[in-house]
Design a protein around this ligand. Structure first.
Ligand code: FMN
Length: 190
């Protein structure tokens, strides 16, 4: 079964990203199209780039980079759980992308964005060129959660039916694309 890697990108001690990530992970597990794995950047504690070699050389020496590389290498599709900070994506997400190179290539990507008024749409739109530069293929649409903090009760996200339908649509599309991108990666490697 293809592996879907969910990446929770916010790292603030009082963040809601973990709750949003758990909500999406549960939906993804219920979808049944993937083996779902979730990585939390707050737990991974990737420092700002601290390897001597550039990521495209893939000469990693630090345990955190090696672990992150292994995680993304194993992924067939990726979903970033992405807050909006100052009309853009969090620095932790950019750093996590920058730490690797080949591992990202030819993988379809979904975005679950959240924030206040815009539901993280500006964050997601700003992140897409970063992803494309790394030969990732972000889906045009995304799940966008407006005023996500207000949807949380008892440490659980209570999203609307529309949000859940958007998440299901994203998972369907990723499940459709994932084997095709795997074939591309295999053709490239041979
Ligand atoms: C540094 C910072 C900047 C923010 N900028 C925006 C913003 O531009 N637009 C928005 O809708 N919300 C903004 N917010 C609100 C966040 O989207 C909201 O607090 C969200 O819960 C943050 O995700 P987190 O709790 O997982 O860190 C900002 C929050 C922080 C901490």
């Amino acid at each position: 079964m293809d592996v879907l890697q969910v990446v929770v990108t916010s790292t603030r001690p009082t963040r809601i990203g973990g709750v949003v990530g758990s909500w999406f992970t549960r939906l993804a597990q219920g979808h049944g199209g993937f083996e779902v794995r979730t990585t939390d950047l707050a737990e991974l504690e990737l420092p700002l780039l601290d390897e001597e070699a550039e990521p495209n050389e893939r000469r990693y020496t630090k345990p955190h980079t090696l672990a992150w590389s292994e995680t993304i290498e194993a992924a067939d599709a990726v979903v970033f759980v992405l807050p909006e900070y100052n009309f853009s994506f969090p620095a932790s997400a950019k750093n996590a992308v920058d730490c690797l190179y080949d591992e990202w290539h030819y993988k379809p990507v979904g975005l679950v964005s959240y924030g206040n008024t815009s539901g993280g749409l500006r964050s997601a739109q700003a992140f897409k060129p970063v992803l494309s530069t790394m030969k990732m293929f972000p889906l045009p649409g995304q799940v966008a959660l407006q005023f996500a903090g207000q949807l949380i009760k008892d440490a659980e996200l209570h999203a609307s039916e529309n949000h859940e339908a958007a998440a299901k649509g994203m998972l369907d599309e990723l499940a459709f694309l994932s084997p095709h991108f795997r074939a591309i990666r295999e053709a490239r490697a041979s």
